[in-house]
Design a protein around this ligand. Structure first.
Ligand code: NAD
Length: 274
C-alpha cells in the first residue's frame, strides 16, 4: 500500500527557476505529482499547459494567473517569484494549509515577517540557495569563521548572470551571515557592501561584499578569509539551475510532512542538530 503522492504547485512557472521546478516536479517519481502552476496576470505562459511550456508532452495542468485556487489544491507550493508575490503566496498557503518552499531572494524585513506569520500555520522552508552544496558551504563557513581569529578579513565575492536584479545575492548574504555567526558578531553592523571612491582603509572586523554581473553565470560564490601571510578561499560554483530545483523538491517532500514552523535547508538536510 503506497501513500498518496504529494501534490506540488509551482508559482512563477514561466520564470528561469519556475521552468526548472516544473521539470523537477514532473520528474519527481511516484511520490509527487504536479497539481498546479501559476504566473503573474498577463504573463505569456498563462493558459498554456505546464508540460508544453517546458517543451514536453502535455501535463494536464494549465498555468493560471489566480494563485488562490492553485494553492488550495496543493500540499506544497514551490515559489521562486518576487518578494511581493511571495508575501501574497505565504498568506494563501497559511489559509489553505499548504507547505511553502520559498526560493525568492531580496526579501525585506517586512516580507520575512510575513513568512514568520505564515509559519505559525504551515511549514515554510526559506533558503536563499536551495542547493545541497551551498547549504554545506554555509555550515563550513560558519565553522571556519569560528576557528580563525579576527586577524582574518572576511570577504564574499559573487557572480551571477546579467538579468539578476538584487545585489549582493541572497546566497552571498547568507554566507556573510554564517561567517558573522561563527565569529559571534552582528552581521548588519559589520556588512560593507558599497565600496566606491575614496573609502579609506578597510575597517577591522567588516565583512565585505564584491558583486560581479554578466553573461549567463548561474551563480558563483567565494568566501575569502585573508590573514597575515595566508588566505583561505571556499568556493561553490553552480553550473545548472536544476540543483536549486532538486533542493526545492527535496524541501517540498520534507515540508509536506513537517509541523508548522520556519525552516532552513539545514533543517531539510538534517544538518541543524549537528
Ligand atoms: P525570473 O524573473 O526568471 O522568474 C520569476 C517569475 O515569477 C516570472 O515568470 C514572473 O512572471 C513570475 N511572477 C512575478 N510576479 C508573480 C506573481 N505575482 N505571481 C506569480 N508569478 C509571478 O527569475 P528567476 O531567475 O527564476 O528567479 C526568481 C527568484 O528566485 C529570484 O528572487 C532569484 O534570486 C531566486 N533564486 C533563488 C534560488 C535559490 O536556490 N533559492 C536559485 C535561483 C534563483
Amino acid at each position: 500500500m503506497s501513500a498518496d503522492p504529494i501534490k506540488i504547485a509551482v508559482m512563477g512557472a514561466s520564470g528561469r527557476m519556475g521552468r526548472m521546478n516544473l521539470a523537477a516536479a514532473m520528474d519527481g517519481g511516484p511520490g509527487v505529482v504536479l497539481c498546479g502552476a501559476c504566473d503573474r496576470p498577463g504573463a505569456a505562459a498563462v493558459g498554456q499547459d505546464a508540460g508544453r511550456l517546458i517543451g514536453r508532452e502535455a501535463a494536464g495542468v494549465a498555468v493560471g494567473d489566480d494563485p488562490a485556487p492553485v494553492v488550495a489544491g496543493a500540499d506544497a507550493v514551490i515559489d521562486f517569484t518576487t518578494p511581493q508575490a511571495t508575501v501574497e503566496h505565504a498568506r494563501l498557503c497559511a489559509q489553505a494549509g499548504a507547505a511553502l518552499i520559498v526560493g525568492t531572494t531580496g526579501l525585506g524585513a517586512a516580507d520575512e515577517e510575513a513568512l514568520t506569520r505564515a509559519a505559525r500555520h504551515v511549514a515554510v522552508v526559506h533558503a536563499a540557495n536551495m542547493s545541497a552544496g551551498v547549504t554545506l558551504l554555509r555550515a563550513l563557513v560558519e565553522r571556519v569563521a569560528r576557528a580563525l581569529d579576527a586577524d582574518f578579513d572576511i570577504e564574499v565575492v559573487e557572480m551571477h548572470h546579467r538579468h539578476k536584479v538584487d545585489a549582493p545575492s541572497g546566497t552571498a548574504l547568507a554566507l556573510g551571515r554564517a561567517a558573522a555567526k561563527g565569529r559571534g558578531v552582528d552581521h548588519d553592523a559589520v556588512k560593507d557592501a558599497g565600496r566606491d571612491g575614496h573609502t579609506g582603509a578597510r575597517r577591522a572586523g567588516d565583512i565585505g561584499y564584491a558583486v560581479l554581473r554578466g553573461g549567463d553565470v548561474v551563480g558563483e560564490h567565494t568566501v575569502v578569509f585573508a590573514g597575515p601571510g595566508e588566505r583561505i578561499e571556499l568556493t561553490h560554483k553552480a553550473a545548472d539551475r536544476a540543483i536549486f530545483a532538486a533542493g526545492a523538491l527535496r524541501a517540498a517532500r520534507w515540508a509536506a510532512a513537517a509541523r508548522p514552523g520556519l525552516y532552513s535547508m539545514e533543517d531539510v538536510l538534517g544538518l541543524s542538530a549537528a
